[in-house]
Design a protein around this ligand. Structure first.
Ligand code: MSP
Length: 525
């Protein structure tokens, strides 16, 4: 446990459409980390929210015949409802239209202007609305329409006066910081990508739009700026990470420990944002960690590509924890993954129903059958002369050291590996039952009965530890396990290093319920 708050953030999602699998993925990872740190006893502040300004939203609202604010107000609850469905528990949900955020952004603009960090200039170039990004120059093959280098969609030609934030003066400083601090950008492939990008001089960042072209943003405070400008998207939204903790008077939660993002928004987070903080005189976050994309049919899942998989529908079919488990298990952090129902079905049946579900079900069934539903106390009974009884050396003790290995995996954002470790233990547990054959022991002599009691006690303790280790990943299932094992209190009050607690389960009355992952009828595909 440490005193410093574990402050972690997700991106603020655009409210031009309801959330999809991509948004769910980042937020599930954040929730998993938040829960893990809570179990460690760290104070946690988990921030998510919505990015509501910009042309994209103004256009989507116009198409729907609504004002941008009314349009955003209608979409925000779809995000909040999804986090609820997915058992994601943020500590705070920020909206870039919040009055406190607006005031904080305006203050940051005043500070930068006073420090001489902003200049006015005429801009001429191309603009990509889906990416909300300017491209000063593009190579356009003769006869072809100019397209965005990032998303390959059409761009528009634009010329206007705007305010700019020069990045180049900070480039050397940023390169040094990234080189000196291995933790700053994760994984290392992304760190190298940013360092390569920083080999070239940086263009000034355009931070305003004339109200005539875009009205849906935060007004630049006038004075010191000329009237008739708004700031929006990157400059506005990135600042949420500090306005959420009190900027201009940031409290002890800043700097954040982790900005979790998708690789699509690495540059704004790993280049613009650190430079903005540096120019404002604020300390940098510890880590920016970028995950890969979920692809469907080889393409990034996105609204504009029309290949959205609705999380609510998948959860309705497979359950929330199967969804969380699949996303955290299937793909190594940082790499792209492909979503398919066939792959989900496989994980559901083999990992969740067969391995985990069975381990709990068989154990509880045996405790019911052989021990009257009470977890046996494995201490030798006094007054009865039994032959010397010693635990075999090769015995089943997956609890020892597992928590430590899991912590290392969390530290490396390696959720897939963490789950692989846990499932190795689960498989050992099932194999141990097959090897010990409690049903044979149950028919044996006094020594066999004592061995049976010990096996079932060990399994209960192991399942108790599993419930704790799994809580960050699949909290509803963990809580069901906890309840069925008859464990007292709440998992979240147990500390990570007390997950494996030999003897803790002795005497508990189990409450066997329905299987954790009921068999599914094969679906038509
Ligand atoms: N509003 C900006 C972020 C501002 S942060 C200060 C934005 N919003 S977004 O709605 O487009 O969300 C982008 C994020 O959603 C990605 O970084 C990632 O976290 C998630 N994903 C969106 N589509 C995704 C996939 N297909 N796959 C994985 N995650 C993706 O950018």
């Amino acid at each position: 446990m440490s005193d410093a708050t574990y402050y972690l953030t997700t991106p603020l999602y655009y409210v031009n459409a309801p959330p999809h699998l991509g948004h769910a993925y980042t937020t599930i990872i954040a929730d998993c980390l938040a829960r893990y740190h809570r179990l460690r006893g760290d104070p946690v502040f988990f921030l998510t929210g919505t990015d509501e300004h910009g042309q994209k939203i103004q256009q989507a609202a116009a198409a729907a015949g609504k004002t941008p604010q009314a349009f955003a107000n209608a979409l925000v609850p779809t995000f909040q409802a999804l986090w609820e469905t997915l058992t994601i528990r943020p500590d705070y949900f920020i909206r870039t239209t919040d009055a406190t955020h607006t005031a904080g952004v305006q203050e940051a603009l005043r500070v930068l202007q006073a420090r001489g960090a902003i200049r006015k200039d005429t801009y001429e170039g191309w603009y990509c609305t889906p990416c909300e990004t300017f491209w000063p120059s593009l190579t356009v093959p003769p006869g072809a329409a100019p397209t965005c280098p990032e998303c390959h969609r059409p761009v528009e030609r634009i010329q206007e006066e705007n305010y700019f934030f020069p990045l180049e003066p900070h480039r050397r400083w940023l390169v040094n910081h990234i080189r000196q601090d291995d933790e700053f950008i994760r994984p290392v492939s992304r760190r190298n990508e940013v360092l390569a990008f920083l080999e070239q001089p940086l263009q000034d960042l355009c931070i305003s739009r004339p109200t005539a072209r875009l009205s849906w943003g935060i007004p630049l405070p006038s004075p010191p700026f000329e009237p008739g400008y708004v700031t929006y998207v990157w400059f506005d939204a990135l600042l949420n990470y500090v306005t959420a903790v009190g900027y201009p008077a940031v409290d002890g939660r800043w700097p954040a420990k982790l900005h979790l993002i998708g690789k699509d928004i690495l540059r704004p987070h790993a280049v613009y944002w650190p430079i903005m903080l540096h120019a404002l005189g604020l300390p940098l976050p510890t880590t920016i960690a970028a995950h890969g994309w979920w692809l469907v049919g080889g393409e990034k899942m996105s609204k504009s590509k029309g290949n959205i998989v609705d999380p609510q529908a998948v959860v309705a079919e497979y359950g929330v924890d199967a969804y969380r488990y699949f996303l955290l298990r299937e793909v190594p952090f940082g790499q792209d993954g492909t979503f398919s129902k066939a792959a989900m079905e496989k994980r559901y049946t083999s990992d969740l129903a067969n391995d985990l579900g069975n381990l709990l079900y068989r154990t509880l069934t045996m405790i019911e059958k052989y021990c009257g539903g009470v977890v046996p106390n494995t201490q030798p009974r006094r007054g009865i002369a039994l032959p010397a009884y010693e635990e075999p050396e090769e015995d089943f003790l997956p609890g020892l050291g597992t928590g430590v290995h899991l912590s290392k995996a969390f530290g490396a954002y390696d959720f897939q590996f963490a789950l692989t470790i846990i499932w190795t233990c689960i498989n050992q547990g099932n194999a141990w039952i097959d090897q010990k054959k409690p049903w044979v022991l149950a028919k044996g002599d006094e020594v066999a009965t004592q061995e049976l009691a010990r096996v079932l006690a060990r399994l209960s303790e192991f399942l108790r530890a599993l419930a704790v280790w799994l809580w960050p990943f699949i909290p509803t299932t963990s809580e069901q396990m906890w309840g069925q094992l008859g464990c007292p209190g709440k998992i979240e009050d147990v500390r990570w290093n007390q997950a494996w607690a030999p003897g803790a389960s002795a005497g508990q009355r189990i409450q066997k319920g329905s299987p954790l992952f009921p068999r599914r009828e094969p679906t038509a595909r």
